[in-house]
Design a protein around this ligand. Structure first.
Ligand SMILES: Nc1nc2c(c(=O)[nH]1)N[C@H]1C(S)=C(S)[C@@H](COP(=O)(O)O)O[C@H]1N2
Ligand SMILES: [Mo]
Length: 166
């Protein structure tokens, strides 16, 4: 067998790594408590701790909600940024909460970038008692559509698991 130069092997490995699934790169495993588990049919199950969530592009959203008093600043990662990063696609997402509440979120809420997985509210991490540590929120003040029952039902607090529905 002919020896293959190391540099060529490295170049080949890089090509594979940046190939067609360039957005679906492996994420580092969790070191802290897992806040969110993502599962996709036929794909890997991804467990994200706070550090992994904070490593995604952060989005902030200022809005009032029916559950809080006065304008709130939520910071987190949009479903769009998260799904793009893991290379996931489907019809919907099924979002589960620690209390076994679950609801389907149509993919249009992913692509629109309006659904935010918030990990802080007014700059502070949210306790489970305070609807955390993750709360799926929408820009309620920006459009009456977000102030209807449909989007209230999608506003899952104590979010802990998301399943991609193909
Ligand atoms: N974790 C969790 N999030 C949830 C729910 C729930 O039971 N658990 N109910 C949803 C529904 S159906 C609606 S309409 C609103 C209800 O908010 P309310 O209980 O303040 O009326 O929250 C949504 N988010
Ligand atoms: Mo509801």
């Amino acid at each position: 067998m002919l020896p293959i130069p190391r540099a060529l092997l490295l170049a080949m490995a890089l090509l594979v790594a940046s190939g067609p699934g360039a957005t679906a790169q492996p994420l580092p495993g969790p070191e802290g408590p897992v806040l969110l588990t993502l599962s996709q049919p036929g794909g890997q199950t991804i467990r994200l701790d706070r550090a992994a969530l904070a490593a995604f592009p952060a989005t902030s959203l200022r809005t009032t909600t029916i559950w809080t008093a006065g304008p709130q600043t939520f910071t987190g990662v949009t479903l769009r940024d998260l799904m793009t990063r893991i290379g996931a696609g489907g019809q919907a997402l099924r979002a589960h909460a620690v209390n076994d509440y679950a609801i389907d979120i149509p993919w249009s809420d992913v692509t629109s970038g309006t659904a935010l997985i918030a990990y802080t509210r007014n700059g502070q991490p949210m306790s489970v008692r305070d609807k955390g540590p993750l709360w799926l929120v929408y820009p309620y003040d920006s459009d009456p559509v977000f102030r209807q029952e449909t989007h209230h039902a999608r506003s899952v607090w104590q979010l802990d698991r998301i399943e991609v529905i193909p």
